[in-house]
Structures are given as structure tokens and as C-alpha cells.
Design a protein around this ligand. Structure first.
Ligand code: FES
Length: 77
């Protein structure tokens, strides 16, 4: 594996470790592992445990909505 592959792998790991739900400390990797089969933010919240923190999903809800939209677009291509 060359340096470029390592950099890409590190960048992907860094992105997956980003916290989506700040209140509950749930990162992108965890959300993505639960998002398949979900079509609404409420469904993702139920599966991933997001949206139940102090802000009641005000901060993570919009992020999850964007993720759902991206997933939907990816599936339709
Ligand atoms: S950021 Fe997810 S519940 Fe507050």
C-alpha cells in the first residue's frame, strides 16, 4: 500500500469518526451502520440512538436528513 492509499484510508477514518449527534456522542460510522432501511430522521434516531439528547435532535436532525438524502441519491444512480 502506498502513501496515497494510506492518506485516503486515514481521511476516510477521520470522516467516519466525526460526531453527528453531539449530545449522545454518536459518530458518523455508527449512524451509517444503522441508516440502511431507514427513510426518515425519526427511524434513524430510533435505530442509531441519535436525537434523544438534550437538544432533542435540533443539531443532529438536519445532519441526518442530509445523510438520508445523499443515501437516497446514491441508490437512485
Ligand atoms: S445532537 Fe443529537 S440529540 Fe442533540
Amino acid at each position: 500500500m502506498d502513501d496515497e492509499d494510506n492518506k485516503l484510508k486515514e481521511e476516510k477514518a477521520r470522516q467516519l469518526s466525526r460526531v453527528v449527534c453531539i449530545c449522545k456522542g454518536i459518530n458518523l460510522k455508527s449512524v451509517l451502520s444503522h441508516i440502511d432501511g431507514c427513510s426518515t430522521v425519526a427511524e434513524v434516531n430510533q435505530c442509531a440512538g441519535t436525537g434523544s439528547g438534550g437538544c432533542k435532535g435540533e443539531r443532529c436532525g438536519p445532519r441526518i436528513k442530509i445523510l438520508l438524502s445523499k443515501m437516497k441519491n446514491r441508490k437512485s444512480k
